[in-house]
Design a protein around this ligand. Sequence first.
Ligand code: PLP
Length: 366
Amino acid sequence: MVKFLDLQAVTAKYAEEIHEAVQRVVDSGWYLQGEENRQFEENYAAYIGTRYAIGCANGLDALIWIFRAYIEMGVMQPGDEIIVPANTYIASILAITENGLVPVLAEPDLETYQIDGNRIERLVTSKTKGVLIVHLYGQCAYTVQIGEVCDRYGLKLIEDNAQAHGCQFGHRHTGALGDAAGHSFYPGKNLGAFGDAGAVTTDDPELAETVRTLANYGSAQKYVFKYCGRNSRLDEIQAAVLNVKLKHLEEDIEARKLVARYYINRIVNPLVTLPKVRDWYAHVFHIFPVRCPERDRLQKYLAEAGIQTIIHYPIPPHKQECYKEWNSLVFPITETIHAEELSLPMSPVMSDVDMELVVNAVNAFR
Ligand SMILES: *Cc1c(COP(=O)(O)O)cnc(C)c1O
């Protein structure tokens, strides 16, 4: 059987170092807001290329804290509009609505699946305060055009980097391209912890301080509360694991790219559309998405051949029950992607045999 993602094997690759790091925390008697967290924040900020990284409980919280901090800072207020791709994981949108801000959904490009820069400017109104780009599937969504629109209208550019740790735009990493970025270290992400974990990166000292305070009950000084915050901290065991895995992130990305190249060079099937890679530095293949007009039949066919696949994602946000008010809106490109997308097995631990099985099975589909 070819697993979609064999997390046990991913962990086994660095087992010794990870066991040592976890044991160190267990033995230390210090489990929150300690040295591991401090080191991870320093290491991660240095890696991404920002002045600050602030650990928090998960990726959704990271995004929530960015918008909440902008509200506390007076940069945004409830009712303001944030432009966001219509085809994203629900968390990107939840972070906006959670803060009483209004998501304005933008169609993606059908070739790259990333927010279409040509459509953003038309969506700007007097209420627009920001653009949340999502580096979906691990590919860079940022373009010079998007940066220019944000500059022209004075919009905050926020990145959802949950799927794209290590992805580059030129010489810069995603997560350092805009004003702030939210990162997830959910176990299945390219940089994954052993439970929930996340971080915010930014160069802005006021934003960094506000996010840190909000995620710690709204307290910057013990027992003194500036905001009605929440408990959303990164714990020491997760930070220790992330310190180990961050060291190996680049080699894991290279391994993912080998799988992607193998698929791209060998999958030939008129029924299957391969992902378009703008630039090999600008894609870290969190996911290898193909499209097929008969997606469900392809998924079943591959399952029968012992190949696990996942759909990212079967229902677009505007068709979800939680956003009933948008259910009648029509986003044809987004809907096509959600109807046709299928993610093939992708991880840094796939064997040559696994890759060959996937390619042969996809090519044999009629
Ligand atoms: C995973 C993910 C998130 C949320 O991260 P969690 O750590 O699971 O809360 C946000 N946005 C995108 C695009 C994601 O893939």
